[in-house]
Design a protein around this ligand. Structure first.
Ligand code: F6P
Length: 363
């Protein structure tokens, strides 16, 4: 029997368990492979044997419905930048992928499937370059991975954010308030953009379009002047204002809200400093966007990513990342997959279409 190892690294994401199940079931059917999972991604490999578990029907049955990952995950101990402390207590970052590659060989694995975001796929590439037979599976709620049209988890996150926005709309309307809802997305505005369109918000602020606070205020005021006495704003966690007088003054004065760190509070402070008369309330959605049951769409995407990843393993086509492009399950080299990010392109029809419907991006 050949041995296959699965790892889930980086932040968790709805659909991880569906990938694990997809790989397991496809592998089991061939009767040629035993499937193992590493607890806490590659940390498990370095601390085996207790953290390498054999996957069985009983362990994997029905897990596609559950969020999170049965293999646990970690953001700590990136083998490409492993923190080493010297005797003076100073840290340096070491590349430990050589040691990791040796350990994977020593444990007798014939293939590895690494499910993770951009950081994890950089590790996949480094391990492949060191001779590890590895396949990457793209994962992130942020949808910011290059070389795939979509990552699983994204659609679920957008649904959770949209459901929350729907709830905020009714309370905004009742109180004539400005509601600011902050969503995740790291440096990309995909979750914010989709949520703003799905929920019908008037203002959408994303990292790719630095906003002018005066323009945001103009949009708010025009809504109130027209008698539409409430405004819903979706802001991505990576959004930033153009550095203007108001932001600079708030920073100099050490505004309490700016110190809180959340961009929802930051925007609220900026609006008040710019003279916004309406009452403002802030909501930071945070990790609820990553929790719970994956949507049906994400279960399908994740399951088929798992099946496709195993197909590549079976064909010996290593050094690839599975990908979803033009409605097809395909693959790209890890080299290609890790060379860039997928930011919102300002010419994207979603941005242009939203603008044509009157959504303000504050630009
Ligand atoms: O990449 C997924 C993500 O949820 C981002 O949207 C967010 O910036 C980050 O992870 C949060 O990371 P953590 O769970 O470590 O706080």
């Amino acid at each position: 029997m050949k041995k296959l190892l699965i790892c889930t690294g980086g932040g968790d994401c709805p659909g991880l368990n569906a990938v694990i199940r997809g790989v397991f079931k496809a592998a089991k059917k061939t009767k040629e492979w035993e499937v193992y999972g590493s607890i806490e991604a590659f940390n498990g490999v370095m601390t085996e044997p207790t953290n390498i578990i054999r996957l069985t029907k009983a362990k994997v049955g029905g897990i596609h419905v559950k969020g999170g990952t049965i293999l646990k995950t970690t953001n700590r101990g990136n083998p490409l930048q492993f923190p080493i402390m010297d005797e003076k207590g100073n840290y340096t970052l070491e590349d430990r992928t050589g040691e990791l590659a040796d350990k994977i060989k020593e444990l007798g694995f014939d293939a590895v499937i690494n499910i993770g975001g951009d950081g994890s796929q950089k590790i996949s590439k480094a391990l492949f370059d060191r001779g590890v037979p590895i396949i990457g599976v793209p994962k992130t709620i942020d949808n910011d991975l290059y070389a795939t049209d979509m990552t699983f988890g994204f659609q679920t996150a957008v649904q959770i954010a949209t459901d929350s926005l729907d709830k905020l709309v009714t309370t905004a309307e009742s109180h004539h308030r400005v509601m600011i809802m902050e969503v995740m997305g790291r440096d990309a505005g995909w979750i914010a953009l989709h949520t703003a369109i799905a929920g019908g918000s008037e203002i959408c602020l994303i990292p790719e379009i630095p906003y002018d606070i005066e323009k945001v205020l103009q949009k708010i005021n025009s809504r109130y002047e027209k008698g539409r006495g409430f405004v819903n704003i979706v802001i991505a966690e990576g959004a930033k204002a153009i550095e203007g007088e108001i932001t600079a003054t708030l920073r100099e004065n050490g505004s309490e809200h700016l110190r809180l760190g959340g961009v929802a509070f930051e925007l609220s402070s900026q609006l008040k400093a710019a003279g916004c008369k309406a009452e403002i309330r802030e909501t930071v959605l945070g990790h609820v966007q990553r929790g719970g049951t994956p949507s049906a769409f994400d279960r399908v995407l994740a399951t088929m990513f798992g099946v496709k990843a195993f197909e590549l393993v079976q064909n010996g086509e290593f050094g690839q990342m599975v990908s979803f492009q033009n409605n097809q399950y395909t693959s790209v080299s890890l080299e290609e997959a890790t060379k860039d990010y997928n930011f919102v392109n300002l010419d994207n029809f979603l941005v242009q279409g939203a603008k044509r419907m009157g959504v303000s991006f504050g630009d």
